[in-house]
Write a protein that binds this ligand. Structure first.
Ligand SMILES: Cc1ncc(COP(=O)(O)O)c(C=O)c1O
Length: 210
């Protein structure tokens, strides 16, 4: 979301007295250029709850994330967290503090972004080669995913089942939104480039057989 739209959203939410939950767990994983500053950075009235996490950028197993918001809300959430899991492991918290304060995290991000960019570019190239007659997609500026919109004549449930049987997992968009029934979500974060290329080529052969 661009800078102007972020400002408009904040103004709209303020005038409607609605809070914003700004889930920015992918914020550090930009690939081409840094995103505009978070909506939270313009929040003068405590209307925004800002969420960050190390789960996507460093390690989900640490179970370390953070929330910035008004003190009264944070107090309530801290109480809920205490009652739910007694708080995150102090060992994880110490390790995270060390990563963040020593500069290791920033160094690590440089490597992660570089590798993600290689994988995103490889995925886009393979999509162009194999799926352009059957689908369209946007080039993601960051994060892990490419959203692919299949042509309407292709049955996504069929493709999903056949892909799974052939070792390729595509996430059907209907899991996330009723507006995304013709989409699937392709992750380029985990698999190495060769597997991404192979998986997309398999999708092409399955679509041709449909
Ligand atoms: C958009 C988004 N926000 C937040 C989370 C929560 O991550 P965690 O609870 O591991 O910090 C996830 C995890 O999948 C996510 O995709």
């Amino acid at each position: 979301m661009g800078e102007k739209r972020r400002q408009q959203l904040l103004e709209l939410a303020e005038s409607a007295q609605l809070p914003i939950i700004e889930d920015d767990v992918y914020g550090d994983l930009w690939l081409d250029s840094p995103p505009p500053s978070p909506i939270k950075s313009h929040d003068r009235h405590g209307n925004v709850l800002y969420l960050g996490s190390l789960s996507k950028s460093l390690n989900p197993g640490l179970r370390i994330g953070w929330i910035a918001g008004p003190e009264a809300v944070i107090d309530r959430l801290a109480d809920l967290k205490m009652q739910t899991d007694y708080g995150s492991s102090s060992l994880s918290q110490r390790a995270a503090a060390e990563w963040l304060s020593s500069g290791l995290y920033e160094k690590h991000l440089l490597k992660v972004r570089k590798q993600l960019k290689v994988r995103r570019n490889a995925a886009l190239k393979s999509l162009e080669k194999h799926l352009s007659p059957f689908a369209e997609w946007d080039r993601p500026d960051g994060g892990f995913f490419i959203w692919i919109k299949m042509n309407p004549e292709i049955s996504l449930p069929d493709l999903y089942r056949k892909a799974l049987a052939n070792g390729v997992l595509i996430n059907p968009g209907r899991i996330y939104s009723t507006k995304k029934i013709q989409h699937f979500r392709l992750s380029f974060a985990n698999a190495p480039v060769e597997e991404i290329q192979k998986g997309i080529a398999i999708l092409e052969s399955l679509i041709e057989d449909c």
